[in-house]
Design a protein around this ligand. Structure first.
Ligand code: PMT
Length: 222
């Protein structure tokens, strides 16, 4: 990737989990560490892009070369930050594990335990960030991720088509890969078919993914 294949391109990458507050001390989150997305942001910067990294709550340092970092907490905040950052961007890569639901109401005081009684939380659907971008008339080249425990290919192809994406990177979660782990394995789906990126460190996989994105971007938009 020494060829600066993305020089002059603006790339926005989302990474990490989202946290949806229940009350002042509790939230609904997920196991994303941000490692995959941070590696993608670093690889895109190495490829010459001007990178904006929109990060959920993670404990990772900003990778070298990344021009802008915006820290957010909830899916709604992530949507707002991504929409603002992609206003004049060429490529959006959604590596974040965005929470699909949030508590319908956030309590302003700590919810107390009621012995013996079940507690029910009512959840409201969160905005779909990729869906929001896909609906715009002028939209960046859109790359989604798909994290699944089963039927990975079917769900990934379905998301690619339903969300109108240019490419999707699918990962099977579990077995020491995907969330939190240092390694991952990806299958890329796009109009040109499937490309396997076998198990490797997230750093290495991110370089391969960014090279494929740059190739495809140049073919359709370059
Ligand atoms: O962070 P790590 O610990 O390194 O783990 C990496 C990872 C497993 C989180 C990453 O590789 C990954 O797969 N990220 C996407 C996880 C996910 O939430 O997948 P999904 O199938 O729920 O979502 C599909 C796509 O839609 C994703 O690009 C997601 O960013 C996007 N999405 C989802 C929900 C939503 N409301 N808005 C979205 O844009």
């Amino acid at each position: 990737l020494g060829h600066a294949v993305l020089r002059g391109r603006k790339v926005v990458v989302s990474a990490g989990p989202t946290y949806e507050d229940i009350d002042p001390v509790r939230f609904i989150g997920n196991r994303s560490s941000g490692r995959m997305g941070f590696a993608v942001a670093e690889a895109a910067a190495q490829a010459g892009a001007e990178v904006t990294l929109v990060a959920g709550p993670v404990s990772l340092a900003t990778p070298p070369g990344v021009a802008h970092r915006v820290d957010v907490r909830s899916a709604t905040q992530m949507r707002d930050a991504v929409v603002a950052a992609t206003a004049n961007a060429d490529i959006y890569i959604g590596a974040a594990a965005v929470g699909d639901y949030r508590p319908a109401e956030v309590s302003d005081h700590k919810i107390k335990k009621r012995d013996g009684a079940a507690l029910e939380l009512s959840l409201a659907e969160n905005p779909d960030i990729l869906g929001t971008l896909a609906a715009q008339t002028v939209r960046p080249f859109l790359v989604g991720f798909a994290a699944e425990t089963h039927d990975v290919e079917r769900y990934a192809r379905d998301k690619l088509a339903r969300k109108g994406l240019d490419m999707i990177a699918a990962n099977q979660v579990g077995g020491g890969l995907g969330f939190e782990a240092a390694d991952n394995a990806l299958t890329l789906y796009g109009p040109e078919g499937a490309i396997e990126l076998p198990r490797a460190s997230k750093t290495e996989l991110a370089r391969q993914l960014v090279a494929k994105i740059a190739e495809r971007y140049a073919a359709v938009r370059g």
